[in-house]
Design a protein. Sequence first.
Length: 119
Amino acid sequence: MAECFRCGVSDEKTRLFDIISSKGLVKVCANCSREDGAPVVNKPTDFQLKAAENPSTVYERLSRMQGLDPVKHKEQFSSGAIGKTDAVKKHEANLKKIIDENYQKKILQAKTASSYGLD
């Protein structure tokens, strides 16, 4: 049977809260806790404890914040619904080849120009 640290009211008559005071962690009633203004220690509920047992990944938490279902959203990417088509991939490969050839030509021109002193 616990009682209020300040006024001595028992826990049978009123609800007691744990607060942090200069004496450490003490139990006080609702009236005394309002008067003190000391920080009240909130204990986790059963629901919060169960939620903490199953940690979610960063991807899942961010998906939930955006209002998306993480499982369905991930399936969209893995199924290839958003992936690039073969034609686009082939076109990109062709563009990369053209850029590489052009880069090599420009490097060769710069070397030739510098060897002739045309800089």
